[in-house]
Write a protein that binds this ligand. Structure first.
Ligand SMILES: Cc1cc2nc3c(=O)[nH]c(=O)nc-3n(C[C@H](O)[C@H](O)[C@H](O)COP(=O)(O)OP(=O)(O)OC[C@H]3O[C@@H](n4cnc5c(N)ncnc54)[C@H](O)[C@@H]3O)c2cc1C
Length: 377
């Protein structure tokens, strides 16, 4: 029986394993961390990704610990509502704790196919067509196909595309989870001058939040300290923003990167999936959702065309334009959101303010309305 190896046990790698198993493929997931785990932050999972989970028969488990966004607002730092949107689809727009999503996926994979503590060190295709894969712990395995679901700094991408490091987009993001006295369906994004705050519902009074600020790449919060810095920047914003930071047990900080959309996701018996193929800034909350869509498309294509160059090309053709458009639009939305010039920011705010809800919903439909499970490959 043909064997598929997935490098990387994040949301993309695990969803791919579930999708491949549903089509009868044998596959193993190799993850460099000592355990399959995610950071302590929220993640939005939009209807376009939930349709994949529904098709894979795991929707109920995913939804079990999710909160639904019933009303989403864009506000100014003083609390003025610029837009109010109530998304209505066949499936809800939800948010969850990243670790809960990973657990829901892990539940559907047998332990014997999960290999934590395995960091890829290299792979080569031999004359017999098999890929020989080696890990830094000295273990070697052979496979008929290797899927690089190893994230934005992918080693598999280095080998397939070799296009260098991701690009820093000029702003940092802090994230956390806090208990807040808000309606459970509340979601918001608040726009300032070169900074923003987003709040999304998880469950039982828990809300995920994120805050951004323009700053040089890799800037440290010290000696001021993260808490003081966030309170200095956001302390006079509308409620409940000033209370977010003290109510958060652990705050995570990242710099934000992406890569310009690039085709050529496969070479020989190796292919990219998720952030390794199409890393994006998180402004549309679609990075993991695209990885989930890609997992479905790759499994479908391999099922239809067998493990072959054609299958890998069909997968890319079905997914590339969408990931390109989302990555480019996300970058633009980030640029708009991070405007620091007061005049430019007030024109942006006016643009949002005059936009009818119908127009906002029409824009969202492009992302949320998409259904990869109905694509005929
Ligand atoms: C601040 C922020 C907020 C976001 N919010 C959202 C959101 O709300 N909704 C959404 O859909 N997306 C969101 N995203 C994007 C989302 O997190 C990513 O798109 C998603 O996690 C990509 O999944 P992945 O499995 O492709 O890669 P990753 O999650 O990066 O997983 C890659 C895995 O590969 C492993 N790995 C790496 N190298 C090796 C190696 N050499 N050997 C073995 N294993 C290796 C890593 O340890 C990791 O477990 C956000 C991103 C950021 C930064």
């Amino acid at each position: 029986m043909k064997r598929i190896v997935i490098i990387g046990g994040g949301i993309g790698g695990l969803t791919t394993a579930i999708a491949l198993r549903s089509k009868g493929f044998k596959c193993d997931v190799y993850e460099r961390s000592p355990a399959f785990e995610e950071v302590g932050a929220a993640i939005s999972v939009w209807p376009n990704a939930l349709r994949v989970f529904r098709k894979l028969g795991i929707l109920e488990d995913v939804l079990e610990k999710c909160g639904e966004i019933k009303e989403a607002y864009i506000k100014t730092s003083k609390g003025k509502v610029l837009t109010r949107t109530r998304p209505v689809y066949d499936l809800p727009a939800v948010c969850t704790h990243r670790a809960d999503l990973l657990d829901a996926l892990l539940k559907h994979l047998p332990q014997e196919n999960l290999h934590p503590g395995h960091e890829l060190s290299g792979f080569n295709t031999r004359k017999d067509g098999a890929v020989h894969i080696s890990f830094t712990n000295g273990i070697e395995v052979a496979a008929d196909l290797v899927i690089g679901a190893d994230g934005i700094n992918s080693m598999v991408r280095k080998k397939i595309l070799g296009d260098g490091a991701p690009l820093y987009r000029g702003y940092a993001i802090w994230r956390g989870i806090a208990k807040l006295p808000l309606d459970q369906g509340y979601g918001s994004e608040t726009l300032g001058l070169g900074n923003r705050v987003g709040i999304v519902p998880i469950r039982e009074g828990l809300f995920g939040w994120w805050a951004t600020a323009n700053e040089p790449q890799g800037q440290s919060d010290e000696p001021e300290g993260t808490l003081n810095k966030l309170k200095r920047i956001f302390g006079d914003w509308h409620d409940p923003i000033p209370a977010l930071f003290d109510n958060t047990p652990a705050i995570i900080k990242n710099s934000l990167y992406d890569r310009p959309p690039t085709s050529g996701w496969s070479k020989g018996n190796a292919v990219l999936l998720g952030d390794s193929a199409h890393p994006t800034t998180p402004n549309l909350g679609q990075g993991a959702c695209m990885a989930i869509e890609g997992a479905y498309l790759l499994a479908e294509s391999l099922y239809r065309y067998g493990i072959s160059e054609q299958a890998l090309k069909v997968y890319e053709q079905a997914h590339f334009q969408r990931t390109k458009s989302i990555t480019n639009n996300s970058l633009m939305i980030g640029w708009l959101g991070q405007l620091q010039n007061p005049l430019a920011a007030s024109i942006r705010n006016l643009f949002f303010y005059v936009q009818p809800e119908k127009a906002s919903l029409a824009i969202l439909d492009k992302y949320f309305g998409h259904d990869v499970t109905s694509i005929d490959m």
